[in-house]
Design a protein around this ligand. Structure first.
Ligand code: NAD
Length: 392
């Protein structure tokens, strides 16, 4: 099959197995170039392991610290006529490279929100691994079925309080224009908290602790984005921000409930990056294109793997983690500091349809977007016939 990108709005509906493999290999190479990681995790569970920040976490744990990794993801296998999802191919590549280095790696594909998946993971840990000493929670999902009630909740990306009008960039139509986002209803806010809040993270840790598969002193972290004034109305102080606030509640609750295990739960605040999750958020493609321009000019640009490498070496396993007043690990200061934000704000105020491509790094944004699906990788020949039937 010759595979070319099929982009529909903010998503690419296919993926390239060789390109995904190359993108995973680049992240592994980055980790290996960092030298000795020292003491760190040995048995790691990554919930949301196949793309974005979760994949980078898995790669860092395995190829940096030599840890065994068990991953959970929700990806589609290839069929006769359709490629698999990118996360499927990323996982196949991860397994291939892990096997080469005799690193233990197993992945369960299915709904992480369900009781069944939690049960399967616990069985797998008991039969194949020692006790878990790090749990990474990196799910991004538009919906969640509560396993107790069977009710499916959908998340919404809307401001809270009042409608908000702002600039946005339509990647499909190549247009910078104003968009008005209506305020969320109370129900929409609660539903978003149900999907992206801390309830499921807590359920995971409770289930793992009750089953006796967490090591004493086990660490766990869930990822958040806090951002600054430019993104607050659509993220930090919007429905998704309300859900992310619930992660702070869950972290305290986890620490309180499992103090006998000396469990150490933190929310980690990471910078904005192009991932499948962030490209679906209105305004983010514009913000990230301008932010990339500023941070590349400053020489502070980082991708998922650089952020996660810093999180592990400075915060999770470092002596001097940057913690904020809510006990969160902060890895986002290169983006959110006043000077950088002022430069992004100046571009934001100036940006128009006419100058967008000149003053932003949309080229960089678009390259990274395609790369998420294994496209636009210079080392890959996209005219080659490839076999999409790949597994792990
Ligand atoms: P992503 O879309 O790249 O990854 C999501 C992962 O969740 C994938 O592995 C997917 O398979 C898995 N997943 C989704 N639904 C699932 C389900 N029901 N069962 C099992 N697995 C499921 O997202 P990302 O951007 O890496 O986001 C991960 C976390 O990082 C999120 O909490 C997000 O809010 C946070 N974060 C993202 C950014 C950003 O800019 N992208 C910034 C800071 C924090």
């Amino acid at each position: 099959m010759i595979i070319k990108p099929k982009v529909r709005g903010f998503i690419c509906t296919n993926a390239h197995p060789v390109g995904c493999d190359a993108a995973v290999a680049e992240q592994i190479d980055y980790v290996k170039q960092q030298g000795d990681y020292g003491q760190g995790p040995k048995n790691v569970l990554v919930i949301g392991c196949s793309t974005g920040y979760g994949l980078a976490s898995r790669i860092t744990a395995a190829f940096g610290y030599g840890a065994k990794t068990l991953g959970v993801c929700f990806e589609k296998a290839p069929t006769e006529r359709k490629t698999a999802t990118a996360g499927w191919y990323n996982t196949a590549a991860f397994h291939k490279y892990a096997e080469k280095e005799e690193l233990f790696a197993q992945t369960l594909n299915g709904d992480a929100f369900s009781h069944e998946m939690k049960k399967d993971v616990i069985e797998r840990i008991k039969s194949e691994m020692g006790k878990i000493d790090l749990v990474i929670y990196s799910l991004a999902s538009p919906r969640r079925t509560d396993p107790n009630s069977g009710i499916t909740y959908k998340s919404t990306l809307k401001p809270v309080g009042e409608a908000y009008t702002t600039k946005t960039y339509d990647t499909d139509k190549d247009k910078v224009h104003d968009v008005t986002l209506e305020a969320a209803t109370d129900e929409e806010i609660l539903n978003t908290i149900k999907v992206m809040g801390g309830e499921d993270w807590e359920m995971w840790i409770d289930a793992l602790a009750d089953a006796g598969v967490l090591a004493e002193g086990c660490k766990t972290t869930a990822y958040t984005y806090i951002g600054k004034e430019l993104t607050w109305p659509i993220y930090g102080q919007a429905t998704i921000g309300k859900a992310k606030e619930d992660l702070d509640r869950a972290a305290s609750s986890i620490n309180g409930k499992h103090s006998d295990l000396l469990l150490d739960a933190h929310v980690s605040s990471l910078k904005a990056l192009v991932t499948q999750a962030s490209s679906a958020i209105p305004v983010m493609p514009l913000y990230i294109s301008l932010m990339y321009q500023v941070m590349k000019d400053e020489g502070t640009h980082e991708g998922c793997i650089e952020q996660i490498n810093g999180l592990f070496t400075q915060c999770l396993y470092g002596n001097q983690p940057t913690l904020d007043e809510a006990n969160r690990f902060r890895m986002d200061s290169k983006e959110t500091n006043e000077q950088t934000q002022a430069k992004i704000k100046a571009l934001w105020d100036d940006v128009t349809q006419e100058n967008f491509h000149d003053i932003s790094d949309y080229e960089g944004y678009h390259h990274e977007f395609l790369r998420l699906f294994g496209f636009d990788m210079k080392q890959v020949d996209y005219e080659q016939d490839v076999d999409p039937q790949l597994s792990w």
